[in-house]
Design a protein around this ligand. Structure first.
Ligand SMILES: Cc1ncc(COP(=O)(O)O)c(C=O)c1O
Length: 407
């Protein structure tokens, strides 16, 4: 369930706080045509990272000039389409990609294609390994320390079909401590200055990525966009002064911090089972009608969530519960630990808040589960914006299922 007013308020909160930045909503966190329209209506740009996300954005009528195109393995046809539709910037991630773009743009008429170079700043973001993206030993970007990032800038500047807009750095996700951004900004700006000194080009832009943390449980204490904007702005001002470069036009790419808290997942309780733990304690396993097929973050990142009994009030004493899905994996856990009323039973509804980001967008058909709908609510009115999958959807691509029909 997606709260439209909350989503729009968070998008506008970033737009208004980061007043002299461009704010790109990271579509990978959650995207459908309705959300893409809200993003555009709130004056944000949109970051896509696949042909599919690009299709959704275009179908929603988003101005292609306001699209950024990411990805570590963009194919030649994908790049050709991005150029053809006129995306505002392509974020380069490899020398292979520069070659592909060189081939695609040689002899091409029209404006050069705007590109940014994604760099790895060697920062260890304090987050889960699989959502930290600026250390050296992972698949994204060009390393600053090895010299690859400078070499990428040199190659791009040799290509008349490309316009080097600037450097891009995304250090990871669910980050609360701005010191990672500070170290990254210092290193990226140092490279920005080096490109001017050694290659004679002052790039007009720089992107600091997304990754701003949100509250999944009461243990998390995220900063307001205004505080983040002030801190990041100060870091950049200070570094630009120290390096003697003018401040580039900055952009950020928040996803989770906009859509994450705007959505909650409502499950129906099925089986309830009590399990004895070592030492005599007991845990109640509450199975729900979904699981890792609609929220894989707990299994993938060991993520923490909370939940609440949403369909009725209860005065029963609290018991230690674990919300598990209906899939054939012991790791199919949605909420690891939560106290729920002892009388929780089949048919109750349980709501898990803060499931807007990287849940529905990472959903799968594991065990041939039907992916759930997304329902937008506004002023008490509920509207289905992504419908529930049907068995016909499930069988549509299973060509063997139609063999009988064709005989
Ligand atoms: C390049 C880039 N930008 C932005 C984001 C958005 O991160 P978040 O949703 O944590 O703000 C991601 C997330 O993976 C990313 O890879």
């Amino acid at each position: 369930m997606l709260d439209e007013a909350d989503f729009r308020a968070r998008a506008a909160g970033f737009r208004d706080a980061f007043v002299d930045f461009d704010v790109y909503y990271a579509g990978k966190s959650f995207l459908c045509t309705t959300v893409a329209r809200w993003v555009a209506e709130e004056g944000l740009c949109l970051d896509v990272c696949s042909n599919g996300e690009l299709t959704v954005a275009l179908r929603a009528g988003v101005d292609p000039a306001k699209l950024g195109y990411h990805g570590n393995n963009k194919s030649t046809p994908e790049l050709a389409r991005a150029i053809e539709v006129g995306v505002g910037r392509v974020v380069l991630d490899s020398f292979d990609e520069i070659e592909r773009l060189a081939t695609l743009t040689t002899g091409r008429s029209g404006d050069p294609v705007g590109v940014m170079i994604r760099v790895t700043a060697g920062v260890e973001a304090h987050t889960h390994e699989f959502i930290a993206t600026a250390h050296e030993d992972q698949k994204f970007g060009f390393s600053i320390s090895s010299g690859d990032a400078l070499e990428a800038a040199r190659r791009v500047l040799e290509l008349p079909g490309l316009h080097l807009l600037g450097l891009h750095s995304h250090i990871g996700s669910q980050i609360f401590d701005t010191s990672g951004f500070e170290v990254a900004a210092r290193r990226v700006l140092a490279l920005h200055a080096k490109v001017r000194e050694e290659l004679g080009t002052e790039m007009p832009e720089m992107d600091l990525g997304g990754g701003f943390g949100i509250a999944y449980t009461t243990q998390d204490d995220p900063a307001e966009p205004s505080a983040l904007a002030a801190q990041l702005g100060e870091i950049i001002e200070h570094e630009c002064r120290a390096l003697g470069v003018s401040r580039p036009r900055l952009s950020i790419e928040p996803g989770r911090a906009i859509v994450g808290p705007s959505m909650c997942t409502v499950y129906t309780v099925g089986t309830v089972k009590e399990v004895a733990l070592d030492g005599g304690a007991r845990r109640t396993y509450v199975s729900v009608d979904g699981g890792m097929s609609d929220n894989v973050r707990t299994a993938l990142y060991d993520a923490d969530y909370s939940c609440t009994l949403a369909s009725r009030a209860s005065t029963a004493p609290p018991v230690l519960a674990r919300i598990v899905g209906k899939h054939c994996e012991a790791g199919d856990i949605v909420v690891k630990d939560e106290f729920l009323p002892a009388d929780i039973t089949a048919g109750d509804l349980v709501a898990v808040p803060a499931t807007g980001a990287y849940c529905r967008s990472l959903a799968s058909n594991y065990n041939h589960a039907l992916r759930p709908p997304v329902v937008a609510v506004r002023d008490g009115v509920a509207t289905v914006i992504v419908r529930r999958e049907t068995e016909d959807d499930l069988l549509a691509t299973d060509v063997g299922a139609h063999e009988g029909e064709s005989r």
